[in-house]
Write a new protein. Structure first.
Length: 360
């Protein structure tokens, strides 16, 4: 539809605006003939120095895999979902997340923790008794959690799935911790960093926001992490590598500090089915339940398809398909449609009739 609009609608000029000019496939090159060449791109680091966005300290935290988890990780070679789940549920990563949350809450920061995997999201959030939001969370609960995060000093941390990547404005957030992500997507990395760039305190003297990416050592996560950071590095950001968090060994009530706790977690992870290692599949628009009640009891209006290899690198190329639904419904929709699209439909019908008459 985007391609048709740019070619069919008569305009004197076209102007495209985007915060992240990124795609993981070659279709980004099509913008040159659909709209035109890139005229200007602001440098994020320069914007932060001028006070328009927050200054951010970026760090990649390396979390060694425990012996038992790494053994199962190697045994699961070829099973991408199982390896993804094991590296995400690495007890050392859980401990690093717990330590960073505890450290930044004491500093008075508001923290967002991201996990694309719903099973891991629930385990992390429930293990630390923190609120969380994902695709199946009701609209009422979402609003309640976000309102408490913004205005309640007792709620300093919220866990979000990939639904929080875009269209979420939380200027109170000053720290972001990434537990798992969508493989090597540079765009997602930039979008998540954007969650803390609008911090209210960005113009305070000496203020810094913090972005942590937790990575399990010697796993595929290290490869994807380097790929994801490419865009931010081009913008001038530098990622500090942290191999050890000072003081984590002395932290009281540290989760999975005993062999028994780690084995119990491993058993639970191994008992999960194949789909537990998937990244979240968003069914509806971000933070929107408006279609749920209306469509309840009807046939699905969309069709989900299996992903391609390009999705492993963060590229998602999906196509919208139209389905005939009934004459009465179609007539009602036709009345509401824009004149341009009604004209297109009439032209399409004429072409169909002409083709049919030629075949006869």
């Amino acid at each position: 539809m985007f391609r048709r609009v740019t070619s069919k609608i008569k305009t004197h000029s076209k102007l495209g605006l985007t915060a992240t000019l990124l795609r993981e496939d070659d279709k980004i090159k099509d913008l040159n003939f659909l709209i035109g060449p890139k005229l200007y791109e602001a440098n994020w680091l320069q914007l932060s120095e001028e006070g328009h966005i927050a200054r951010v300290q970026c760090a990649e935290v390396w979390c060694p895999m425990t012996t038992e988890f790494y053994t199962e990780y190697m045994n699961a070679a070829g099973n991408v979902n199982k390896q993804f789940l094991l590296s995400t549920m690495n007890p050392r990563k859980f401990q690093a997340c717990q330590f960073l949350i505890n450290f930044h809450e004491k500093r008075g920061d508001k923290i967002i923790v991201f996990s694309d995997n719903v099973y891991a999201l629930k385990k992390y959030a429930e293990g630390m008794t923190k609120p969380y939001i994902y695709g199946d969370t009701s609209q009422r609960e979402r609003e309640l959690v976000l309102a408490n995060f913004q205005m309640n000093e007792a709620v300093s941390t919220v866990f979000l799935s990939k639904i929080g990547d875009t269209s979420l404005d939380l200027p109170e957030a000053t720290c972001l911790i990434q537990v798992s992500s969508h493989y090597g997507s540079r765009r997602q990395e930039a979008q998540r960093l954007g969650r803390i760039l609008r911090a209210k305190r960005r113009n305070d003297e000496g203020f810094n926001a913090f972005f942590y990416s937790l990575v399990s050592k010697d796993t595929n996560e290290m490869f994807y992490s380097a790929k994801r950071q490419a865009f931010l590095v081009d913008q001038g950001y530098a990622f500090k590598v942290i191999t050890h968090l000072n003081g984590i060994d002395k932290m009281p009530n540290l989760h999975f500090s005993t062999q028994q706790e780690r084995m119990s977690l491993l058993t639970d992870v191994l008992l999960q089915n194949e789909t537990a290692g998937d990244v979240e599949d968003i069914k509806d628009d971000l933070f929107s339940d408006r279609n749920v009640a209306r469509n309840r009891g009807r046939k699905a209006l969309v069709k989900r398809q299996a992903g391609t290899l390009s999705s492993l690198a963060g590229g998602e190329s999906m196509a919208y398909m139209e389905y005939a639904r009934g004459s009465k419904t179609n007539k009602e929709l036709a009345k509401q449609r824009n004149q341009f699209f009604r004209k297109e439909d009439r032209a399409k019908e004429r072409r169909k009739k002409a083709t049919a008459s030629m075949l006869d």
